[in-house]
Design a protein around this ligand. Structure first.
Ligand code: HEC
Length: 225
């Protein structure tokens, strides 16, 4: 019944151009041939076909076709400024160095307000404890810190360089980050606490963290490669 009614309406439309659609009739440039194909069951115009994969067409798009007149190629300096990632084995550690004594001064000035002079963190500020907690991970109350949890020293460098201090991330020089690393890892009992105990790219890559073996490989086949 419903189908029959539809057919009648369509037939009427076809008979009278004026009834079928005044907007279409008035617009000479818009011919029926230019419209998408008609769906057989409903008589409605089908929307344009969407390509199944953008990769089918993307190769045909010349960059010049997408020139919107905004943006510019990144300069080498701009790329270098954000190309700061450091890998677990120390790849990417930049030139520079810093000592425990230098780090102590920097830590007190820049970090202690949030993480505490004793590095026990200030929970009201959301700033975590940085040292201690070693051996607690398998207990009922695991205390996860750089000392107890982080498997690689280079991650401390990368994280601090990239994300700290919270209010002005990216403001520390590489020498300052080496110095602060020497101080924090020294306080954690991982590296030396002599004032001139020094960290640089080569020495940092050899630091063994207490929890280095505490992680297992992810067995899912799509990750971990
Ligand atoms: C203004 C407060 C503030 C200052 C200053 C600050 N931090 Fe933080 N820090 C935080 C907060 C908040 C977090 C937690 C961030 C999060 O969980 O995303 C954090 C997280 C960290 C962590 C990660 C700890 C973990 O176990 O996840 C490290 C390492 C760290 N800060 C080191 C430093 C160092 C080194 C300095 C000095 C250069 C510093 N922070 C200065 C607030 C601060």
């Amino acid at each position: 019944m419903f189908t029959r009614n539809l057919t009648i309406i369509c037939a009427m439309g076809a008979l009278s151009g004026a009834l079928a659609g005044p907007a279409l009739a008035q617009d000479d440039a818009r011919t029926a041939a230019a419209l998408p194909e008609t769906l057989e069951e409903t008589g409605e115009r089908a929307p344009a076909k969407v390509p199944e994969s953008s990769s089918e067409t993307v190769g045909d798009i010349a960059p010049a076709d997408n020139d919107y007149g905004i943006g510019q190629p990144a300069t080498e300096d701009e790329i270098a400024a954000i190309d700061i990632d450091v890998m677990p084995d120390g790849r990417g550690l930049p030139e520079g160095s810093g000592t425990y004594a230098e780090g102590e001064e920097l830590y007190e000035t820049i970090c202690a307000a949030c993480h505490g002079s004793d590095m026990m963190g200030i929970s009201e500020l959301g700033a975590p404890q940085l040292i201690g907690g070693r051996g607690t991970l398998a207990s009922d109350k695991p205390v996860k810190t750089v000392e107890s949890y982080w498997p690689y020293a280079s991650t401390f460098f990368d994280y601090t360089h990239r994300a700290m201090p919270m209010t002005t991330p990216g403001s520390l020089t590489t020498d300052e980050v080496y110095a602060i690393s020497a101080y924090v890892l020294g306080k954690a009992g991982i590296t030396g606490t002599e004032p001139d105990a020094m960290l640089d790219a080569a020495s940092m890559a050899t630091v063994e963290m207490p929890n280095a073996d505490g992680f297992v490989e992810d067995p899912r086949p799509d990750v971990g490669e």
